[in-house]
Every structure is written in C-alpha cells, then in structure tokens.
Design a protein around this ligand. Sequence first.
Ligand SMILES: [Zn+2]
Length: 501
Amino acid sequence: MQTIRRTLAHGTLVGLGALNLAQADEAHQYRVSIDEAMQRMVVEARFGSSVDTVTARSRDAGEFLADVRDCDDASPIRLRNQRMMLPAGGIRCMNYTVDLAGAARSGAHNRSLAAENIVVSPALWLWRPALEGHTEIHVHFDVPADLQVSVPWRRVERAPNSYRLGRSPESSDAPAVFGKFDYSEIEVPGATLRVSVLRTGNEAGHAMDLASIKAWLQSTATGVSLAYGRFPNPSPQIVVIPADDKRQSTGAVPFGRVVRDGGEAIELFVNRDQPMQAFLGDWTATHEFSHLMLPYVTPAHRWVSEGFAQYYQNVLLARSGTYEPVDAWQKLYEGLERGRQSRPELSPNDATARGMRNGRMKIYWSGAAIALMADVTLRERSGGTMTLDDVMGRLQDCCLPSERTWTGPELFETLDMLAGTPVFMPLYKRYADTAGFPDTRPLFDRLGLVVSGNGLKVRRGGELQHIRTAITKADGAVGDRRERLARRGQVSRNAAGSAGS
Ligand SMILES: [Zn+2]
C-alpha cells in the first residue's frame, strides 16, 4: 500500500492555481477554529469585497448559530429566514459561533461513530456569499494538533488545513469530518485519493482492518482508471463510514453516494465484518467512482448520470477481472430488461420527473442503454480507434471537475464535439422524450450474445463480437493484483477463525 504524501499538485490543479492567483485579491478569507472537545466552532469571515447577503445551505443552520457580529465594531447581526440581516451597504468582516456538538448530534452519520470523530456538513456552518466569477473562499482550520479535518475542497499546497473552494454545483450536503480518525492519501493512476476511515469505537476484530480497507479502495479506484488510464478526479475526498444497523443488512458496501459542494466527495458506508472477497465483488464503490466521469447533471436528467455509471460499473468490473466478461454482459442484459419493464408508458425524462419511487429501473438503465449504443457505434464507425472511453477521457481533459451543473443535452452536445461525430445527441433526440425503452436486443445479437433460458450465451460469429471482446477485455495486471488481494483476505480470515477456535 502506497500512502505517499504528494508535494506537487496534479497538472490541472497547477493550471487552475495560476489562474486563481490572479484574482486572489477577491478571495474571501475564512478562519475556522475548533476546540479540543469539538463543542464549539468559531468562524471569522473576512470578505474580499463588501458583501450584502450570506446564507447557509441547510434550513437548519440557524438552529446552531450564536453571537453573529460585525468584526469591526462588534455590533450584533440578526437572522431572519436563514439570512443574516447584514447592515445596509454590506459588510467586510463578520464572526460567529456554531454549536458544533449540537450540529453533530443532528446528523445521521454520527449515530454509528465514536465521539472522537464527527461529521458536520458545511451546509450547517458555512455562512457564505454567492460566488461571482472567479471569486473563491479560502478556509483555514485552526484545530488542536491532535485533531484532523477532512473536506472535499482543494488543498492549498504546503499550507496544512487550508483549502480553497470555488464555484461548484451543490448536489447535497457534503461531509466535513473533524476529530480523530484514520486519514491517508492513496496513489492510483492520475490521482491521490484523500481517504478518511471513520471510527466506531470498536476498531478491533473486523474482517477488514484498516490496511484491507485501503487496499480495497486502491484496487477499486485503479479498476476505474481502466476507462481511460487515470482516475477521473485528481484528488477526491473519500469518506468511509461504518454502516449502522439499519443499513448493515446487505453486502459489504450497502450504500454510497457522490456529493458535490466546492469539490467532489464520495461517501461509502461499509460493513467491515464482511470479508475482502465481498468487498472486491461489491459494485457500489465502482458505481460511485464512475459517476465522477461525468459532471453533475441536473436532477431532471438524472437518468443520464445513473445510466452511464451503471454501464461503466459492469464494464469496469469485467476489465478488472472481477466479473467474467459473459457475466458482465449478463448483468447488463438483465438490468436493461428490468429497465425495459419499468414504466414502459413513460419516457426517460418523464420517469425522472416523477421520481425514483416507481420508475427506478427505468431511471437507472435507460442511460446505460444509450451509453452502450454510443460505445458500439463509435467503435463501429471508427474501426475501433474511437471509443466511449476516449470521449470520456477527453471530457475529463476539457471540463472536469466542472464548476457548474450540466443539462443532459449540453453534455451530449459536448460529447459529440469531443467525439468529432454526432452519436450522442441523435440518441438523446430519439429516446429522451420517447415512451418506452431503447431497443438494445438487436445490438446484443450483433455482439454475438443470444438469450438462452434465463441466461445469455455467447454465439460464434456475431458480426460485432470483436467489439464485445474489446469492451470487456480484462487488464491482466489489475486482475492479478485483485486476485492476490482476494486470496490474502481469505488466508487472513481463515487464520483469524482458527485462532479464535
Ligand atoms: Zn448512482
């Protein structure tokens, strides 16, 4: 396991850093102090220019707020409807106190955690002005030496506990973690994962010790880099949270999600009593990591982001050797069939507008059908020299991580431009507002896959079988490492079992 601390920023960050330095005078400077017992947070916000509105993202933030003042004359600032009533003419500096312990108690994440580490979203404590242009917020945390901080924002190099957040989609409440927990930086192709494994107070005796958790994350993120040679975000925040009892029922990683707010965070709820094999076979982390290959797509077109993640999760788990190729195709086939049966009277856009409750499978799989169709079309048209992976790689180069929310058509138009041939937008026009489901069955036939009973069989002579083989071709080195990891988990589990008996 490599946990090398990087001193040089990734290439794209260097570029962005240079750009932002030019506007550094505009930055808002926040100093956030936290006491040893993590009871109170004191924030001083010194604005780059006069500000007349500050808000917190959560409706509940006001509950935990106290003693808000103008720094210059110490006059109090009142709160109304989640807005601070700033004096006419604006304000240059303010300070306030947050009941951090109270905010922590209100958060569902903390139920399964030991008191020494807490998750309190910036939505509850970061009162901020809207960011215009290139203006950034620089946040420096003043914490006792034995406490750590984890946030999704970009680190300021060589300035511990200092971060910059610029404009970004705000998809949900991002995690900010404070206290004593295991923090490490894990190198994978093209990225340094900033991984925090949170503590329950019951650290010993899990099938997955810390080293195993990190080995699993490194292997899974490396598997995701098989799309185009590098992990899609150069420095994501990854928070590993013990699953609570309610979520513990199923699998190694019962729940995961991507959150965007000033940066990209992935939360993974894990059941550390499951063995390494269960972790390696679980698709949740691969699915969430795959989401980072696209920008944040508006909830109205959520079927696009979910679908691409579903497609890639299966393709990438085949490439990393986790699934046999035919099993990956079987999973894609079954998923697409579930999507086809889900709300056939609705289009993908309509199903998404009506919400997850009834059309979940349609929302998760219509985009996967389109990703598959686009991938095959690109490969067929170019004789194999242009693939969906290539287009995703170009999208990362030009546009990720993105500071804004994209619509489905904007994304598809950009993908067409990057592909140099219209593939995506024609699919969008044909299917996004059309009831039913993209018909992928003739495509499976051309790929050399036939339905046989409940399963799929490979048949000889499929016209596009070379494309099928290329899409799910395993990477030998990654596969070998994963297999060794699985065996190591098996051995240590057996050893632990015999020692206990
Ligand atoms: Zn998803």
